[in-house]
Design a protein around this ligand. Structure first.
Ligand code: SF4
Length: 161
């Protein structure tokens, strides 16, 4: 499955704020950190605020800060809710205008729907607070810029790239 761009930006914003929970960041600071255009971040912050996942203070000393609900947000649920395309394949012709002639009783459609549900269920094991830089060991992931433990690049004699 591929996340839509808006969902990806929302997740980047949440993780960025989650890394500095309690710290206010301006929209421009967030945009710089996640390498996303300012206007896209404005839209994402607005959506996250509407959901109660971030607080936004206006004015010269304003900025966005993640809420407890934001830190506890389950990833699968959020991705599901932000996904605008309900099916993995356009079986009903919503986008193309041409419904698939095989859709009645299609086993592949059912299998894809189950795979999609499993995808969300797997993501739902993680909250935003689990995905911040400080919790990479919890996930068994290497920190950004660091090789995975046990990988060839992690060997003491490895030559830095
Ligand atoms: S073959 Fe099945 S899964 Fe593929 S588009 Fe048609 S109905 Fe959907």
């Amino acid at each position: 499955m591929k996340l839509n761009a808006f969902t990806d930006v929302c997740l980047r914003v949440l993780m960025t704020l989650g890394r500095d929970a309690g710290t206010k960041l301006t929209t421009q600071q967030i945009a710089d950190r996640i390498a996303v255009p300012y206007n896209h971040v404005v839209k994402a912050v607005g959506e996250l605020r509407r959901r109660g996942l971030v607080d936004v203070a206006r004015g010269r000393t304003g900025g966005a800060v993640i809420t407890e609900a934001g830190l506890d947000q389950r990833i699968g649920r959020l991705v599901h809710e932000l996904t605008t395309r309900p099916e993995m394949v356009d079986c009903t012709g919503l986008e193309s205008g041409v419904p698939c002639p095989l859709r009645d009783g299609c086993g592949l459609r059912l299998a894809l729907a189950r795979a999609r549900d499993a995808f969300y269920a797997e993501l739902d094991q993680y909250r935003v607070r689990d995905l911040t830089a400080h919790n990479e060991t919890f996930l068994g992931l290497p920190a950004v810029g660091r090789p995975a433990p046990g990988s060839p690049a992690d060997r003491p004699d490895a030559i830095p790239a």
